[in-house]
Design a protein around this ligand. Structure first.
Ligand code: UDP
Length: 229
């Protein structure tokens, strides 16, 4: 059983494919009221500098393992190219890595170094499912600009919450999100394109939310546990 037709390889048995889905009743995806979002954001202990979260701060968000395929460095470059123009929007990374994954630890340190130099970039780790949910709900947009990706559940989760998404044209992300219809689809190697999509969200929030509504409907129909045929 493969998750998208793109990944099907010749095998000596019948082949099926089935896309992953999210549990919309789980803590990660339960729809939260604005009051609950504030409560969970305030509960977060702090970013990598131990600064507490301001529940009213606007931010772009990446939720991913620290892994070179997940595109965090390109997002930092894109953010830095427009941060002066948008002084009230920060960049948040919610991440995790397996301690037995030396490459993950090394990559985290590299991202940490980049974040050290920029006080408007905040790293968070070990957040609870409700806290991740609150972050995904509050974000101006969730970015998942992976250079390689299986399905990209972070895009599914954000879309379910009605949050605009900016994704790369890789793996399952392009199955979920059609450019200009469900969100922004970009080339993950093209920093300018990522920045342009981020500006699109900030300059035309109504359009971004309209696309997010479209993506949400798609999750409801195709990528939720309750929608599996
Ligand atoms: N995730 C999380 N906390 C983190 C980082 C990731 O809960 O700090 C979750 C995220 O919400 C998603 C999953 O981990 O449900 C990542 O799935 P995805 O398909 O995006 O990527 P994978 O890690 O499987 O390559």
């Amino acid at each position: 059983v493969f998750q998208t037709p793109e990944f099907v390889r010749p095998v000596d048995c019948p082949v099926m494919y089935m896309e992953p889905c999210i549990d919309i009743t789980a803590e990660k995806n339960k729809l939260l009221s604005p009051k609950e979002v504030k409560k969970y954001l305030k509960e977060i202990k702090g970013d990598h500098r131990n600064r507490p979260v301001d529940p009213d701060q606007r931010f772009f968000l990446c939720v991913s393992r620290y892994d070179p395929w997940k595109g965090q460095k390109q997002v930092i470059k894109a953010f830095e190219s427009l941060m002066e123009k948008y002084p009230d929007v920060d960049l948040y990374f919610v991440g995790s890595f397996a301690t037995d994954d030396p490459e993950g630890v090394k990559y985290y340190k590299e991202i940490m170094k980049l974040a050290e130099e920029n006080p408007r970039i905040h790293l968070f780790k070990n957040l609870s499912n409700f806290q991740v949910n609150a972050m995904q709900t509050k974000a101006e947009a969730v970015l998942q600009v992976s250079t390689r990706e299986g399905f990209g559940l972070t895009a599914t989760e954000a879309s379910w919450k009605g949050t605009p998404v900016i994704v790369s044209n890789r793996g399952g992300l392009k199955v979920q999100i059609k450019d200009g219809i469900d969100g922004y689809v970009v080339d993950p190697e093209n920093v300018e394109e990522i920045a342009k999509a981020m500006e699109g969200v900030l300059n035309n929030p109504l359009r971004a939310r309209e696309m997010a509504r479209h993506a949400r409907k798609k999750v409801e129909e195709k990528f939720a546990l309750t929608s599996v045929e």
